[in-house]
Design a protein around this ligand. Sequence first.
Ligand code: C2E
Ligand code: SIN
Ligand code: SIN
Ligand code: FE
Length: 404
Amino acid sequence: MLKVIPVDQIQVGMFISEQNAEWIPEQNRTKSGLILRAETIGKIRQRGIDFVTIDTDRGIDVSDLPSQSSAFNRDEIGQRNFRQQEQSGVASPSVSLEDERTRAERIHSQALGLLDDVMDRVREGAHIDVAEVESVAEGLVDSVFRNENALACLSRIRNKDAYLMEHSLNVGVLLSILAKSMGFDVGTIRKLAVGGMLHDIGKVQVPDEVLHKPGKLEAEEWEEMKRHVTYGEAYLQQIAVDSTVRNICAHHHERLDSSGYPRGLGGDAISLYGRMSAVCDVYDAITADRCYHQGMAPTVAMKRLVEWSDDHLDRKLVYQFIRAMSIYPVGTLVQLKNDHLGIVVEPNKVQQAKPRVRVIYDLKYRNYLPVEDVDLASADDNYSIVRALEPSRLDINVKIMDFI
Ligand code: C2E
Ligand code: SIN
Ligand code: SIN
Ligand code: FE
């Protein structure tokens, strides 16, 4: 099991699976492995990171240490969410996931096709037809309003070679879900969806050897990579897109403590749309398998968002995002107390730890089970979630969509 712990709780015998420092541009070395010497702990602390991820299957755990309090406090977030929920009320989907699925699949592949085309045209320096993007965004947002779980689930399927396209689409979907949960009007949500789809458009102007480099970027490569924002802004300036769309592109890498780029804006100088986009962008990026790192399970990614909301991300928006997605978003693989493996098919937005789960496999006896839906909110304690699992860490190949 992967756990995020503060650096001051690292002990000899723990297995560090991620120091989460490889993204600090000057410190791109990934260090993972078993901690054998106390000296190593000192070195990790010196690197200036606050949290590391340990793998308790491969090293010792923190369970005998008083660490739980500093780990992500699910109950606290659950409580908060519950209160917010009561205040604002949450509409349940108007259409079932099964019913929305086919439509969502069509919209999803149509959007990917369009983005493919748009990116080709931008690469050639040609203009794009914004109306086409807007019309796809409209279909997307309509689907989110009918049942957001369908598109949220499709965004879990990834093809490593199509990262940029899928990521752009996912940010559009995630922004729509977040904005809907905040009660935005549908017109604004459509603009946000377009903004999400085009936020990284400037990346097509970044040379492929930088964009697809499997690993650490050299200093100049990093400077070039950061220019994707400026390239995107310049491109969007030339075509008739809404200012909201340009703003999302311009602000999505700004960070609250002014450490972002390209302008180093801080706090409220970063637009609300920019701050929302940052949360959706980071979440989608870290849950994806890339040529240089493996995607995190949604639940682990959410813990990271909470940590990063100390200085980079807007904490209120991170909580709102988790509330909108729920801590076990649709498509999450979960291990239950009885060692059954299930897929979340419907998040429970009030009691977030108790989604509806489609049970498919027995992890202990390693055999498939007759598929059965269990509503954890009304099931006994044996059916409680022990952990979320990353598909890449299972020895069976679970195609999530086959079960939905
Ligand atoms: P992206 O991969 O789409 O990631 C978007 C943002 O998500 C990143 O913006 C960062 O804020 C966050 N993020 C993604 N993966 C990680 C991670 O493993 N750890 C942490 N802490 N944050 C993560 P950022 O850093 O400004 O990077 C912008 C873009 O530059 C990335 O977009 C990616 O295309 C590229 N990039 C950044 N670092 C590397 C690298 O080391 N190698 C390669 N090949 N590309 C990189
Ligand atoms: C990128 O496309 O942003 C980097 C390369 C990759 O992970 O596919
Ligand atoms: C981090 O804080 O390292 C990740 C999110 C961000 O890029 O600000
Ligand atoms: Fe970007």
